[in-house]
Design a protein around this ligand. Structure first.
Ligand SMILES: *[C@@H]1O[C@H](CO)[C@@H](O)[C@H](O)[C@H]1NC(C)=O
Ligand SMILES: *[C@@H]1O[C@H](CO)[C@@H](O)[C@H](O)[C@H]1NC(C)=O
Length: 778
């Protein structure tokens, strides 16, 4: 329905103003008929044997009816459950009131069996009955300001009953009064004041009280008048009153008040002040919350001083539950307050009371008409995952909504109806809920169950031939005995289960047989391609149609495609067999291929690192061979250097020394200093191949003359001694000169510093004289 609403928003409205739900069946993971019908309201199942091809997933049995028939499923093999409704109890609407149990709502009981997601609509009819009984409870504020109102009400009996007669022959009136809780700060708790809380002394005044039920429902006008006459005004301190306490008791104490089972129940609350509500009790230290129970003894509310006021929500709930419709007859100054209260209490009305309550009868009549001409249908105890939509069908219909539906300006005796659309959103246990018009006793009980299982009427045999006598049929699928799996129970398995068998048909992260074959007993049986060739490979991952193309031909037309790779015919090569086998362009002057420094592929040299095309002759970035081959040259030519001991092992393979009849690619003259500091001259010829040289070494080395050791040592000792002596003399001279200079300076200063001999006049020596008291002078 949500997607449908969205659809509505997008298109605003289609031509009919209705939203057509498209019939689709989106298949998620489906292994059985039950899965199928749970997966969407339009999914149905084909139980025909052999409907699936060999190896095909059973999920193809689940689709929309049209799709299945197109695929060749017989209509009688289609398992589809639809919504069903059975009307269990449907007593006709009563036409005129003459019986104990009049019927205003039909039907009364309905059973629904719903496919999740598929809405079901049924019709509910309602008729306001002419002369339906009315119970009216007059609940009066007796705080002191209501003094003149009370006087008026005492003379009102006849008028009230007359007005009631106009509506019904079966009217009853009851009476109750309230002030407020008899504790501070609501009421003065001074003992005398409790007994006589009225402001003026001369008054007849009754003791302070919370709520008192005075008269149970009676059709007797005399009795009503007599009881009301006995009432006196009372009083309290603050202006809000305990009206919610009184209404709550009047609602829940059905027996005491005398509400009849089948009647329109009204409470007329008359007051000229506001009301206390839940939480206000804390002012008087009352912390216990209201528990919505009846506490009446001797017609007095006993928990008035112990239990907090009810909340508006609690009161609204109890009024609705007991089908009581309140009429707030309040003075003008309180109108806005009670209008707000009325908004929170379904089926309630507010009327403006004249200061002395003279207009009360007209007020009640008007409010009653307003209340009873609006019929609101709603539900109780709706389970989660159930949606109910009400579409009223009447001349003044409210909008279609999912919480309630209403018809306005309904006349007595007029039959109206509602389309009620129920949708179960998911599979659930059997449940029920009630639908009823607000303020009316009649209800419709809806029992709801969901259709989430298939009843396929399978053959009874447990060894069906279709299942190779190793299993039974369940909605067209083989259900195999233990140890057997497969579409027809054809695979006997040891300790493996079907899942691991299926897993062996998948590559890592792949789908079963790549979607190109059937998994039969753990092995892929590959399908054929569109061109009639077969897929192959363990997982059917290969086909012979997807290889490299050359000149728009598969494998250049010179080879065979095998699992994505070209296999070239003789005489051809290349990834797409695009080359003739030939090395013409790779041949060098001396008839080698790429000078032995690469291979010839597709008639082109593929050179080793550094060597350059076309024929790998030059090397870019190769190290200087004069340098790298020096050690070998040294040992080969002069039997010295680091490779002295293992020369032929280290160098024999890469350097020929002397004459070799081989083609020279490049020659190079080198002159290097060897490990002994001698200059060697040699010629290196690069031969065919990567590390292959011929060396011609000049016989003579150019070595430097070794120096005379004696001369070096003698000379160096003499020069060191001489330098030492000169340095010492210089140092001696420098020290002497410095001493001389210092001495002169000292002499000079001595002459200048005569003043230093005098005492510093600022300085006095610190002197302490201590007289020793024991010193006698001797
Ligand atoms: C009420 O429901 C019936 C089907 O049960 C349908 O034919 C009819 O059009 C509905 N009426 C409205 C006003 O939706
Ligand atoms: C030859 O000997 C030297 C040291 O004497 C050594 O560093 C070098 O690796 C050896 N070469 C081979 C090929 O044995």
């Amino acid at each position: 329905m949500d997607s449908c609403l969205l659809f509505l928003l997008l298109l605003l409205m289609d031509n009919n103003g209705l939203c057509q739900q498209e019939e689709v069946c989106s298949k998620s993971v489906i292994n059985s008929c039950d899965d199928c019908i749970r997966s969407g309201p339009y999914c149905v199942w084909c139980k025909q044997l052999n409907f699936t091809k060999a190896g095909e997933q059973e999920a193809v049995r689940c689709d929309t009816k049209a799709q299945l028939i197109e695929r060749g499923c017989m209509a009688e093999a289609i398992i589809s459950s639809n919504n069903e409704q059975v009307i269990k109890k449907n007593n006709p609407l009563t036409t005129s009131f003459n019986r104990e149990e009049p019927v205003q709502l039909a039907p009364q009981e309905i059973d629904l069996r719903l496919r999740p997601g598929l809405p079901m609509t049924f019709r509910v009819s309602f008729k306001r009955l002419q002369g339906y009984p009315v119970d009216l409870y007059y609940l009066m504020d007796l705080s002191f300001s209501m003094k003149d109102d009370l006087e008026n009400v005492k003379g009102l009996g006849q008028e009230l009953f007359a007005a009631l007669k106009k509506i019904t022959q079966h009217g009853q009136i009851g009476f109750g009064a309230f002030v407020d809780k008899t504790v501070l700060p609501y009421t003065n708790t001074n003992k005398e004041k409790l007994d006589k809380p009225c402001d003026e002394d001369s008054q007849q005044c009754q003791a302070a009280f919370g709520y008192r039920h005075v008269l149970s429902m009676t059709p007797n006008q005399i009795e009503f008048e007599a009881k009301v006459k006995e009432q006196f005004i009372s009083g309290n301190l603050d202006s809000p009153e305990g009206s919610l306490d009184a209404m709550m008791q009047a609602a829940v104490c059905g027996d005491k008040i005398g509400w009849r089972k089948s009647s329109t129940r009204l409470i007329v609350l008359t007051t000229d002040d506001g009301f206390h509500m839940a939480g206000d009790g804390k002012l008087a230290g009352i912390l216990e919350p209201n528990d919505e129970q009846c506490y009446m003894e001797n017609n007095l509310y006993t928990k008035s001083s112990e239990m907090d006021y009810p909340s508006v929500g609690q009161l609204a709930k109890q009024l609705e539950k007991n089908n009581i419709q309140p009429i707030f007859a309040v003075t003008e100054n309180m109108q806005t307050v009670y209008k707000q209260l009325s908004k929170m209490i379904p089926k309630s009305e507010v009327g403006v009371l004249s200061p002395d309550s003279k207009n009360i009868v007209q007020l009640i009549e008007a409010a009653y008409n307003r209340l009873s001409s609006k019929v609101t249908l709603t539900h109780d105890n709706l389970p989660d995952n159930v949606r109910v939509l009400y579409t009223p069908i009447c001349s003044h219909a409210g909008p279609t909504r999912d919480t309630e539906g209403f018809c306005d300006r309904v006349h007595v005796g007029e039959e109206i109806s509602f389309n009620v659309t129920v949708t179960a959103l998911s599979c659930m246990k059997d449940t029920s809920f009630t639908i009823r018009p607000l303020g009316i006793k009649d209800t419709l009980t809806v029992t709801l169950s969901t259709v989430c299982e298939c009843h396929c009427q399978d053959p009874i045999t447990t060894n069906h031939t279709h299942c190779k006598e190793k299993g039974s049929i369940s909605c067209g699928i083989c259900s195999c005995h233990e140890g057997y799996v497969g579409q027809f129970c054809e695979c006997a398995i040891g300790d493996k289960d079907e899942r691991s068998l299926r897993a062996s048909c998948q590559r890592q992260n792949g789908t079963e047989c790549e979607g190109r074959g059937d998994c039969v007993c753990g092995r892929c049986q590959c399908h054929t391609t569109e061109n009639g060739k077969s897929y192959h490979g363990d997982f059917c991952e290969c086909d012979d149609e997807h290889c490299e193309n050359f000149q728009n031909k598969l494998c250049g037309g010179n080879g065979k495609c095998n699992c994505g790779q070209c296999e070239c015919y003789p005489g051809f090569e290349g990834t797409a067999c695009q080359c003739k086998v030939s090395d013409e362009s790779c041949r060098t002057v001396n008839n080698t291929v790429c000078y032995g420094r690469g291979t010839c592929k597709c008639n082109r040299c593929e050179c080793k690192e550094g060597y350059q095309r076309p024929r790998c002759q030059q090397c870019l970035g190769c190290p200087d061979t004069c340098q790298t081959k020096l050690n070998c040259i040294e040992c080969l030519g002069f039997e010295s250097g680091p490779f002295k001991k293992n020369c032929s092992a280290a160098c024999g393979k890469s350097i020929f020394h002397g004459m070799v009849d081989q083609f020279t690619i490049v020659s190079k003259q080198c002159q290097q200093k060897d490990s002994e500091g001698c200059w060697i001259k040699f010629k290196l010829d690069q031969l065919v191949g990567e590390d292959n040289y011929r060396a011609e070494i000049l016989r003579e080395r150019d070595c430097p003359e070794p120096p005379s050791i004696v001369a070096i040592i003698g000379g160096s000792i003499a020069s060191v001694a001489l330098i030492g002596i000169i340095v010492l003399l210089l140092i001696k001279l420098l020290i002497y000169m410095k001493d001389l200079k210092e001495f002169r300076k000292f002499e000079n200063e001595k002459k200048k510093s005569q003043w230093a001999k005098a005492d510093n006049p600022l300085f006095h020596k610190a002197t302490t004289t201590v007289a020793n008291p024991t010193f006698t002078g001797e």
